[in-house]
Ligand binder design. Structure first.
Ligand code: SAJ
Length: 436
């Protein structure tokens, strides 16, 4: 039986560990954070994801899975650590700044594998990384072992492409791109993933696989940026952007995405910068899309000000803090940016997220129950289209809050008759019942 060591037990590393363990491999889930290893070793989870608990229990029962804060010898090593951007350093090109990738976790993961690397091993990098990371950053570290990549051990870049909220299903069913530093490496990578992947597996070189991942997320970012820009134009021209998008999407070759308060998460709001950093002179469109999406929280706040006037002293209930609907992930969340900006305008904001009732964010008053956010509010702003909020009916909301002004930044409440209960609703990208 093969042994796999997975470095990083976050949203990708842990589900991947569970997949291998429930498909007959011995797995060591490794993370440098003691608290995470303690939690997992005690049989509890530190993240929420549909279906995760069932797989976790099954993996524990199989006796194939253990957790550790150190790396051990294995047949295959998989690096699933974060590649965020640097918060204290930016690059500059043509008078404009761009964000830079923090590769320190990938580098230190490779360093941790180094003393355990043996002939015949396979090393896989899954973390989203700038082009040429596998061959220029990871390979030289591993070759300090005296072993030659592609000959003595195999080296692969194999991006994860799963959607938070559907991770377990997509890990199995999505197509996988396995980029080897040579053909033998790519084949070794394919042999590893066939143990649980039912989707097609495509072999290519490592740098192409890195580009594939970055292109996918950049494509989505640029397409969300144009949707956000359409929402701005719709206000100018008195058009309901949601209706306009739905009509435009009847065209057989048009699929416009949804506007909203901006783009968050640790993937789409970050990855395009990796291409910009690698080639700032070749990426004006990608940079502009990032700036449109990053400025969307400010656009939302300007919209709120146009709707209700000065925010000074206004009590606002902010519904949702997560970066997108029905997940508990707060990373790079535009909803949090909106809350900060509202407070910067003097508003008194109480925020509630059903997926993070215990959210502890600096400068944000997060309350543990919806009622607490709503009970003395002047205005309610819907920032994340969580099912729990989307299904709120006007009669119920009217009971919970004295506020009669609603701001909907995600088109969650479009279909309801708010006027019956005396609400005025202002929807992002639409004039709304509030007659803005
Ligand atoms: N968003 C919009 N409008 C839309 C769609 C999304 O404003 O029409 C916003 C969301 O609210 C969120 C952000 O964009 O703030 C990103 O959400 P998402 O659902 O588009 O993507 P992620 O970040 O959860 O997952 C993406 C996926 N990539 C693509 O769809 C190309 C996923 O497949 C990747 O595995 C993941 O990034 C990753 O790990 O890179």
């Amino acid at each position: 039986m093969k042994k796999v060591c997975i470095l990083g037990q976050g949203y990708i590393g842990l589900p991947t560990a569970l997949m291998f363990a429930t498909h007959g491999m011995k797995v060591l889930g490794m993370d440098i954070k003691k608290e995470i290893i303690q939690t997992l070793s005690s049989g509890a989870l530190h993240i929420e994801e549909p279906g995760l608990k069932e797989y976790f229990d099954q993996a524990i029962r199989s006796d194939n899975l253990k957790f550790s804060i150190t790396v051990e010898e294995a047949d295959a090593f998989i690096i699933t650590v974060p590649t965020p951007f640097l918060h204290d350093s930016v690059g500059e090109y043509n008078g404009q700044t761009y964000k830079k990738a923090d590769m320190s976790f990938v580098l230190s993961a490779a360093e941790m594998i180094l003393p355990h690397l043996k002939k015949g091993n396979l090393v896989v990098l899954e973390s989203t990384s700038p082009p040429r990371t596998t061959v220029e950053l990871v390979q030289p570290i591993l070759e300090r072992s005296g072993l030659k990549a592609g000959v003595d051990f195999f080296l692969v870049y194999c991006p994860e492409r799963v959607l938070p909220g559907q991770i377990l299903k997509e890990l199995v069913e999505n197509a996988r791109v396995v980029g080897g530093i040579n053909q033998l490496s790519a084949q070794a990578g394919r042999d590893l993933y066939t143990s649980f992947v039912t989707g097609d597996i495509y072999l290519t070189d490592a740098t192409t696989a890195e580009m594939v991942k970055l292109m996918e997320n950049t494509y989505r970012d640029v397409n969300i940026a144009i949707a956000n820009e359409f929402s701005r134009l719709s206000h100018r021209f008195g058009v309901d952007v949601w209706q306009a998008i739905s009509l435009a999407n009847r065209h057989p070759r048009v699929k416009i995405l949804n506007p909203g308060p901006g783009v968050g998460g640790h993937c789409i709001s970050v990855d395009p910068w990796f291409l910009v950093e690698a080639a700032p002179d070749l990426t004006p469109l990608i940079q502009q899309a990032r700036r449109v999406n990053d400025s969307q929280p400010q656009f939302v706040v300007n919209f709120v000000k146009r709707a209700i006037g000065s925010l000074h002293g206004k009590k606002i209930a902010a519904l949702g803090l997560a970066y997108k609907p029905d997940v508990d992930d707060l990373r790079e969340s535009p909803a949090i940016d909106v809350v900060h900006l509202l407070q910067g305008e003097g508003a008194l904001v109480k925020a509630f997220d059903p997926f993070k009732p215990d959210a502890n964010l600096s400068g944000v008053t997060a309350v543990p129950a919806l009622e607490l956010a709503l009970k003395d509010a002047d205005v309610v702003i819907l920032l994340v289209n969580h099912s729990e909020f989307r299904t709120l009916i006007p009669a119920k909301l009217a009971e919970l809050t004295p506020a009669r002004i609603l701001i909907d930044a995600v088109n969650g409440w479009a279909e309801k008759d708010w006027a019956v209960k005396g609400f005025k609703i202002f929807r992002l990208g639409a004039i709304g019942d509030g007659n803005l």
